[in-house]
Design a binder for this molecule. Sequence first.
Ligand code: G3P
Length: 222
Amino acid sequence: MQPILFLNFKLFEEGTGSKAVSLAKLCERAASETNSKIVLVVQPTELSLIASKTRLDVFSQHLDGIDFGSSVGKILPEAVKRAGAKGAIVNHAAFKVSNEHVQKAVARAKQVGLKLMVCAETTERAVEVAVFGPDFIAIEPPELIGGTVSVSTAKPQIISEAVKAIQKVDKKIKVITGAGIKTTDDVRKAIELGTAGVFVSSGIVKAKNQKKALKEILAGFK
Ligand code: G3P
């Protein structure tokens, strides 16, 4: 399978509004020039905007496993789909949820035809959520998120352990490496450790030269 770069725009100013559109276009060009797969992970309120401006797949930064009804302020799977998204993430370290939430989100995402990526802070949590059968699990030690040392360099054993443990539960789940990824080498190591791609934010979104940062990261897939 072709490795994937998941790019989380978070709520950075550089990943919002017209700047988010420019970044999405930059990613689209980089993906086509290098024949790479990039998925843009954006805030729910900007899904329609970004999905309408790019051919790249767009994921929501959150999803609630709820149905149409009297809920207020939650993220309805059908609405995410109609906004043009192909999937969603849940349980990011900056927006943690319970296993019950994850289970419902996975079930509803499957029902409406969205892919789901669950973030997990440890191998233990990854194994707990793997039983629900998400499409992807992103392993992200919280202390390395936004830092300068990548998980694949600082804690490679966490990644290889997690890959093994998750595959024991469900071989179909693709494991993604996240936290502090910034260089070609970080990405290469992540792939060597058996993961199907990387989950990146600050290394690209906050980079002085986003184009150069993207190129550096995508080179790790070659
Ligand atoms: O969502 C991806 C993220 O948590 C990793 O962030 O800034 O360490 O690339 P960053």
